[in-house]
Design a protein around this ligand. Sequence first.
Ligand code: UD1
Length: 338
Amino acid sequence: MKILVTGGLGFIGSHTVVELQKEGFEVVIIDDCSNASEKVLEGIHAITGKMPLFEKLDLKDNEKVSDFFKRHDDLEGVIHFAASKAVGESVEKPLLYYENNIGTLVYLLKELAKNEKSSFIFSSSCTVYGQADEMPITENAPVKPAESPYGNTKQIGEEIIRDTCLVTPNLNAIALRYFNPMGAHPSAEIGELPIGVPQNLVPFITQTGVGLRKELSVFGDDYPTEDGTCIRDYIYVVDLAKAHVQALKRLLEDKNLENYEVFNLGTGKGSSVLEVIESFERVSGKKLNYRIVDRRAGDIVTAYADTAKANEVLGWKAQYTLDEAMKSAWDWERKIRS
Ligand code: UD1
């Protein structure tokens, strides 16, 4: 069975390609390489012994995308990761984000709606919940006004898919709302490759650990949490990748109850920034240089997932601990800097 993975050279995309190949799927990757390198293909090959098909293609180029679908008329499913994801940049360049994340989604759905049957997995985010009133966060928690154009593209993206599914019975879609993905493949052949200064906590920690950054700034320790730092649900990227395969199979095997479904992907456990730092210090045996600074604008206090729906309906559960995920991130960081 042939599956298209857009953005398949990226962080979560590449790990998902590996899990798809392990399960016997044939994978075609489309990526414009704007935030990823073709070298990732070698990493995927080193892990699975299989080289995925790859086309360097910008999803905004409608003609080329249409030609791609004509040449690949045997696709059974699409997992759509390709998107811009920097929160700060999205505030500076909103139209770029709406064009990259929304324009391409609309076009992709138009193509898929032509097929007799289409299975579509969408990469969404827990950012749609904003600061939820109750923890853990279930899929029924209200969607809050987005804090950034990036967050808005995930909300609008979900709405576009939902509305399209309502009138397109041959289109089956699942939106996966990720909490905080982290880590790298245990082989250290693929992992996260942030461009420039990392905005996310874990890559900033490992880069500080390896000496690339002087110190980590902890954004605030006066939040209403036990140790005063913010709480997130850090999920190992390999667990996350496996959830995509599970979601895809649900659609391919016609097990979905509705033609548009939403699942949270998290561990169900919240960890504070200081706990994440402690995890790093445990697995690396190094002290981390860090300093408490002011709060970061727009940060929410606490977010962790209610995982019951993913566990029971999708039949998926995160397996790895924070320390195991952190060790993989640290192994990867040391490998790419050596
Ligand atoms: C961020 C984005 C979110 C996006 C997600 C993708 C913001 C406000 N939110 O979420 O929209 O979907 O990434 O992964 O940018 N921290 C530090 N020092 C740092 C970096 C982070 O203390 O140098 C803290 C943050 O304050 C936060 C936690 O670490 O409490 C996690 O931060 P981060 O990795 O940026 O993830 P989110 O804020 O959850």
